[in-house]
Each structure stands twice: as structure tokens, then as C-alpha cells.
Write a protein that binds this ligand. Sequence first.
Ligand code: BGC
Length: 430
Amino acid sequence: MVSSPLLFPDFFRWGTATSSYQVEGNLTNNDWFAAAQTGGYIYQDQAAGLACDWWNRAEEDFDRMVTLNQNAHRLSIEWSRIEPSPGVWDNDALARYREMLIGLHQRGIEPMVTLHHFTNPLWLTEQGGWDNEAIIGLFERYTQKVVSVLGDLTPIWCTINEPAVMISHAYGLGRFPPGIRDFNAWLRVAINVVRSHAASYHAIHRLLPNAQVGIAKHMVLWKPWRPFLPNDQIATHFLEYLFNHLLLTMMTRGITRVPGRRSYLLPETANTLDWIGLNYYTRYRIQFELFSSQLKPRFKPGAMKGPGEWGEIHPQGMLIMLKQLWQRYRLPIYITENGIPDHTDAHRPEFIISHLSQVWQAIEKQIPILGYYFWSLVDNFEWTEGYNPSFRFGLFGVDFETQERHLRPSGKLYGEISKQGGLTSEILAR
Ligand code: BGC
């Protein structure tokens, strides 16, 4: 099918995203390294090890970004590096991050900086991590330190990556450390996370009045497995609110109602988003059995889905989520992550085109979308999947033995799209 070109606005950011523990290497002072030692959380109990060795060779990958015509990159700062023990700051680490951000600018790449991407310093975990209210002040102090040193190098800050994923996996499903399954803990932690975000938001704005601060929010397209059954419908609504909207409601309105529980009024958390980052990956169909109280994802035979429990690939969900975010919150949007685990690269090129087509349609509908950060530039450590070969997300494949990179066809394609500023007729025809 040949279509007319889908061109994006001139200001559009064409980027990729990464995170500290997943790419930097030699991080041993955080809870994910500890989880590899405890065992039971990660594929083959793997730690990230050298990962992509960014601490030593990030610039080589920045050069690769240039070859893909990128003008933006989202990366994260590792709290356990900056503050290896409480109140002790590692100035060399901060200097290295300065060097990295300058390196991006020198290549015409605008950095977006995430302050927290899943990992906590060990000393903080020992104090109860997110389940201790003290984290609010500690996260604020860490924010102040980072922003006072790096603030001149970017106005775009992302406080916390995927808070709902982190809370749900760590305190609801027990899959991320500390492996807790308790809805009361989930709620306590959710409040601490939102208050930490708010404290960080205000701290950034005190230091950088023109900063643009947001979060990266993972949104799942939830659907009832049996659309005609109230069980599945109610469970779907519940997840949609709890997972997709509860935290955003608190961060925009400062108030929220937790189904079956109480309402929370937290005025200091209201209006603490200047933009919303959408991380969109999958659709899940949900089945809920009343008698056993079992809630589980179900997959139709032949559905286009990722490996293991990874959900369905459903590009139309991108537009649905963008519309939903815009209608509810009226804030500018960055697509802070979108990608597919595909070690063969058989599906990634089509994935990129089909999802970007949806983004383009959203822009046509006047939804203010500022940029797209593909997950990810390079293969990297994938949390509970560790280095499971089925979970490769990179535009560049990485040989973790030799640190060699190879450009995948999808990388070449994304590079062309970024160069052209969208999907040209020629790209669509192919
Ligand atoms: C996370 C990334 C992760 C990616 C793929 C997101 O949930 O922010 O760190 O690697 O999705 O699973």
C-alpha cells in the first residue's frame, strides 16, 4: 500500500531511551544487584554486570545515535552512584554525567534526564526503600544535588520512570525486589512515590524555573477477556484506574479515590506535571474469576504477542492512549518509551512504522506530542529477564562478550525516518 507521507513537525524529537542500570555497567550498590545475589527474581539470577559499558564507552554509542540522525536521547542517573552512602556525594560520578550530557549536546542530541529508573541505593533499601516516608526528603535532597550540578545542561527532567510498574511489581506481584505482595503496602508506597515525585518536581523548579518536569508513565491497554462478562469488565476498569490513572490523578489533581478504600487529599502533589511521558508497549486481555479471586492475562491463539508473559502488540493502542491522556489531563506528551522484545528483528521494523503512524494520527488530531524515544538504542539488561536472549530491544544488537554492536535493519529504518522527519511515501511503500 502506498500512502501519502506522514511528516512530523520540525521541532519533533527523534530519540531513543536507556537507563543507568541497564547500560552503564559495574553497578553493585543497588537493590537490583542485591536481588541477583539473593536469587529468585531474575532470569538465571543475573546481575547487569558490565551491561553496555556506558560508564566507559557511552560516547561510542552517542556517535551511533548521530549515524541514526537522532536529535534527542533519554537517559537516567544512578542514585547509588551519586550518593553511595547517605549524604555522601560522589563528585567524580557527577562529573562523568556532566561529560556525558555535554557529549550529547556536542553531537546535536538533546538530553532528557530521568532521576529514578527502578533502582534504589542499597542503604536506602536497608531503611525500607519506598515503604519508608523518609524517602520523600531523601529523594528531594538527591534531586537538588543532581539538578544543582547538571541543571544547566537540560531543562527536560523526568522524576520517576514507570512508577505504577515499579509499585505493582515490587509490592503487588512480588516480582521486583523487595518481592512483596500486599495491597496495603502497595497503597502506602504509591502515596510515598507520588509525594516523592512532587517534592522532586518542586525542587527542580526552585533551581530551574523554566524546567519542564514530568514522569514516564507506562500505560497498558486493558481489555476484558470475555467482554460480555461483568467479572472481566469490572476487573478491567479496576486495572485501568489503578494502574493507568491513579497516580496521574494524584499528580494533576492532588486528590484520588482508591476503589474499595478511602480518598486521598494531597494538595502538594497537584499540578506537578508539566508534561506526561507515555511508555506504551502492549495490550492485555484480563480474566477475573470471582470464586478463586484469580486475575490473569489471557491470550488468543495466534495473537501477535511478545515472548513469555509479554502482552499483545497492538499499534492502535498507541492512539487510544494518546487520546486518553490528552482528553483527561490536557498536558503535552512525550512518548518516552515504545519498543518490542525481538531478537530476530523480524517484527521491529513494522512495529516502528505502525506505531509511528498512530502517533502521526494523534498529531493530526491536534494532540501536542513533542517527541518519540524508542526503547532502546542498544540491547541491554532487561530486569527480571536479565540477559534472556528472547528479550532484546536494541536498534543495535550487542554482543555482551565482546561489546561489539551491529546495526539491525530496524535501526537503519528508524535512522531514515528520523532523517526524513517522518514516514515518507517511499518508506511506507516499502
Ligand atoms: C522500562 C524499561 C524496560 C522496558 C522493556 C519499561 O518497562 O522502563 O526499563 O527495559 O520497558 O521492558
